[in-house]
Design a protein around this ligand. Structure first.
Ligand SMILES: Cc1cc2nc3c(=O)[nH]c(=O)nc-3n(C[C@H](O)[C@H](O)[C@H](O)COP(=O)(O)O)c2cc1C
Length: 194
């Protein structure tokens, strides 16, 4: 293609950046890594949950809205899995009612959030409720800090991230690492030629 391609998923350090560049990418996009920075507005107790997680604490589940999402395995995720997949409008409504009770939101607030999600798309009420479920649960944890109520989207890299640098420190560190790796590789290539 003639447009710049950015690699995403699983990047967190300079070595990954070099690997992506080697594959012809113009750069990398990082979700989990930027979430875990001192600049990120995610509440501190939530960041602490991510930092404490190992690779085994990240799971892929369809229990939230029927689509696969990679998340931290928490009691909420386990409870959602036990309650089964959402299949009908009645089930979607019951789950929304449960969330509303726990969150203390009014039906009016819930409906407003749901409608805001429509973005002019033609969604049935049942599809809308399903689509609304994930962002509502994400917002509970990631914005409101309710790790007991919401879900936490997490890349597999969560298991290897152990610090909270600022974004500037992170980018600087990655570029330095990438330069070191490329210098070492250039040295290797030089050695092979001799
Ligand atoms: C807090 C959070 C929210 C996310 N929300 C979405 C989403 O709404 N839709 C989506 O396709 N991916 C979502 N993702 C997954 C990102 O697309 C994924 O993290 C991205 O590919 C970068 O991968 P990385 O986290 O390994 O860097 C989310 C990830 C995180 C950490």
């Amino acid at each position: 293609v003639r447009i710049p391609v950015v690699a995403a998923g699983g990047f967190f350090d300079g070595r990954g950046l070099v690997a992506a560049l080697a594959y012809g990418a113009a750069g990398v996009a990082m979700g989990t890594r930027f979430l875990l920075t001192s600049d990120s507005t995610v509440p501190d107790p939530v960041k602490a949950r991510y930092l404490a997680a190992t690779v085994r604490d990240v799971t892929v589940t369809r229990a939230v809205d029927g689509l696969p999402h990679r998340m931290l395995r928490t009691d909420v995720v386990t409870a959602l899995e036990r309650s089964g997949r959402i299949r009908t409008l009645g089930h979607a409504l019951r789950r929304a009612a449960g969330f509303r009770r726990l969150s203390g939101l009014t039906w009016r607030q819930l409906a407003r959030d749901g409608l805001a999600l429509r973005h002019g798309k033609e969604l049935s009420w049942s599809r809308l409720l399903l689509a609304a479920n994930t962002p509502m649960l994400l917002k509970s944890a990631m914005v409101d800090g309710r790790t007991d109520l919401g879900v936490m989207a997490a890349g597999q890299v969560t298991g290897v991230i152990e610090d909270l640098p600022s974004c500037a420190e992170l980018v600087e560190r990655m570029v330095k690492e990438a330069e070191e790796v490329m210098t070492a590789l250039a040295g290797l290539a030089e050695g092979t030629r001799d």
